[in-house]
Design a protein around this ligand. Structure first.
Ligand SMILES: Nc1ncnc2c1ncn2[C@@H]1O[C@H](COP(=O)(O)OP(=O)(O)OP(=O)(O)O)[C@@H](O)[C@H]1O
Ligand SMILES: [Mg+2]
Length: 239
């Protein structure tokens, strides 16, 4: 079966003043793929995701989603086209419950009414295994649950492409298999994802290939196993 490209990042550069956070980076993602994004702190991973999701406009280059140039479109337009992201630092509506937060995301992302959004929220609560926390206000959730709520809110917008920014950070050994199950469920929903993650076990089990960036530049690409043995990668991580 021929592979269909869902996303092409073409020679993208995003600067902050004189700093090249993403530097002439290209990357193609196929439909149905799970791709890992790795790199040391400050490598430009989150910035790249922010360029894809429309928070930043690239100074140079383009982001092509399903054949359309989306570079520079506002985030809500990109979300409606089917790209959702999580944030490294969760920012839910703190006075709303878990279920309400997810419903709001569904209303925003899918343009549906309150009743449909509530039903959608219940489905998502199941998928991310948060049903037991559905009536807890976001301000009373612990950090790890908040990260899972981030994932839930992104899923509620019904994405074709999901951008996951360090959702597994802080999970214990015991909690990781559970998180991997959630990712499996997401894959079975035909959602393509790009995942930033430092937890190696998650990378090894939940992505098909990995792109490693350092100082905004792609330094390695391959299977999780391959990149972890790559000398450039080891050097980048050791500094
Ligand atoms: N809004 C901003 N204004 C100025 N500089 C920024 C901004 N956002 C990020 N940077 C800088 O751009 C570079 C890339 O940051 P980014 O957050 O993309 O890295 P990262 O790979 O996600 O790192 P981490 O693993 O710590 O999350 C860093 O040097 C960072 O300080
Ligand atoms: Mg980051």
């Amino acid at each position: 079966m021929a592979e269909t490209t869902i996303l092409s990042i073409v020679d993208v550069t995003k600067r902050f003043g004189g700093l090249f956070a993403v530097n002439d980076l290209s990357l193609d993602i196929h439909e149905g793929e799970a791709v890992g994004l790795m790199g040391p702190n400050g490598a430009g991973k989150t910035t790249l995701i922010s360029v894809i999701s429309g928070q930043y406009k690239p100074e140079i280059g383009a982001v092509i989603f399903q054949g359309h140039d989306i570079s520079g479109l506002p985030p809500h337009r990109i979300c409606r086209l089917g790209i959702a992201r999580t944030y490294q630092i969760p920012h839910p509506f703190i006075n709303l419950t878990t279920r309400q937060n997810i419903a709001v995301a569904a209303m925003y992302g899918k343009g549906i009414g309150k009743t449909a959004a509530a039903a959608e929220a219940d489905k998502i609560l199941d998928i991310v295994e948060l049903t037991d926390k559905k009536d807890v206000r976001a301000k009373d959730l612990e950090a790890l649950t908040l990260k899972r709520l981030e994932l839930a809110r992104a899923l509620a917008t019904d994405p074709k492409l999901l951008l996951i920014d360090e959702v597994a950070a802080g999970l214990t050994e015991v909690e990781i298999p559970n998180f991997l199950n959630i990712l499996k469920r997401i894959r079975s929903m035909n959602i393509t994802y790009i995942m930033i993650e430092h937890v190696l076990k998650v990378m090894l089990e939940a992505v098909d290939r990995v792109t490693v960036i350092d100082y905004g530049i792609k330094i390695a690409e391959g299977t999780p196993q391959e990149v972890m043995e790559d000398e450039k990668v080891i050097k980048a991580y050791l500094g």
